[in-house]
Write a protein that binds this ligand. Structure first.
Ligand SMILES: [Zn+2]
Length: 133
């Protein structure tokens, strides 16, 4: 098993590190990630050979907020283990009052054979959790 070509890491700048740590720490641990690095301005979570890094954006760059419709990252999609896991996390997202997307079409917002949960991180980055087909 080689990691050739797989994502090594992704780094995302956030507007409020504490808030993002609460959100991503919860979600990524549900998927089996473990805390990998933590320092004053950031943290990372790792699964296998891939890790996600979150860094506090500097104050002077916070004047233009993130918007997923602008050029740049639109969303991050993760594999779920099963449809049951998608359902379980959907319940948790609801009960935590997080912003779920495409509620009217859930869980088939991505298509008839595509079972997924869509929601938002605290900076409104779209997060997707997809069940295996
Ligand atoms: Zn997607």
């Amino acid at each position: 098993m080689t990691s050739l070509g797989l994502l090594h890491h992704v780094e995302i700048y956030v507007s409020d590190l504490k808030r993002s740590n609460d959100f991503w720490g919860w979600f990524l641990s549900e998927l089996g990630y473990t805390l990998y690095q933590e320092w004053e301005e950031g943290f990372s979570w790792k699964l296998g050979d891939t890790y996600l890094v979150f860094v506090q954006a500097k104050e002077k760059y916070l004047d233009v907020p993130y918007h997923r419709c602008r050029v740049g990252l639109n969303h991050l999609a993760f594999h779920a283990s099963s449809r049951a896991q998608v359902d379980e996390l959907t319940e948790k997202v609801r009960s935590k009052g997080m912003n779920m997307l495409y509620k009217d079409k859930h869980p088939f917002a991505g298509g008839d054979h595509y079972y997924a949960l869509f929601f938002e991180d605290p900076d409104r980055i779209k997060v997707e959790l997809v069940a295996p087909e």
